[in-house]
Design a protein around this ligand. Sequence first.
Ligand code: SF4
Length: 232
Amino acid sequence: MKVIEVKAKKLFVRSGIPGAKWVINQYVGCGHTCLYCYAKFICRWKRYGRWGSWVEVKTNAPELARRYVDGWVVMSTVSDPYQPIERELKLTRKILENMNKKVNLSILTKSDLVLRDIGLFKRFEKIEIGLTINDEKVKENFEPVAPDNERRIEALRRLKEEGIRTYGFISPVIPGMTNVKRLVRKTKKFVDFYWIELLNLRASGKVFTRKLRENFPKSYEILRDERKLLNS
Ligand code: SF4
């Protein structure tokens, strides 16, 4: 993993995400290397190599995090705050330590490393933690490095047990592979709400599309036809 250290001018950036006023990305790039990742479009501007082989680290992010902002803040959109390198760098943890605890914070991750920071989450007045969950077939084929789904589900259970508001992000929904009902049944006792998102074939890129078409042709055809319908 190539690590590029940079100094950022600011950490809180205005967001276009519904319900969120700000977004923060202390990392750009992600070691989870999901094949469908929508954030890999960033490689057009950040020419460090293929997606998943590098991560840009905003070393001064903990200092910039001290600023108070109102409205919901989403962490993160072009990376995972608990991707493998976080174990060593503890950048997300330092940000949480410094952040004003009145900030309304929404964190999304695929990693049970998030459990490390439960003590810090409890110090925030308003916080919600989301874990992306899916069927294991999706992880095995398209998310080579991310923790398996049982670990993510167990993380949701533990967070809830500790009194943290949780959400399940069921994404990307791939027809024929993702069983949304089963995931909801399995997690609803310890999940406060869900976001559910169908895979966006265009945003997921050519390499992913080719693999899906070759290995799961029915899933591909449904998504392709869905796209045609949306564009008609
Ligand atoms: S965890 Fe999220 S940001 Fe990281 S590669 Fe996967 S989809 Fe992209």
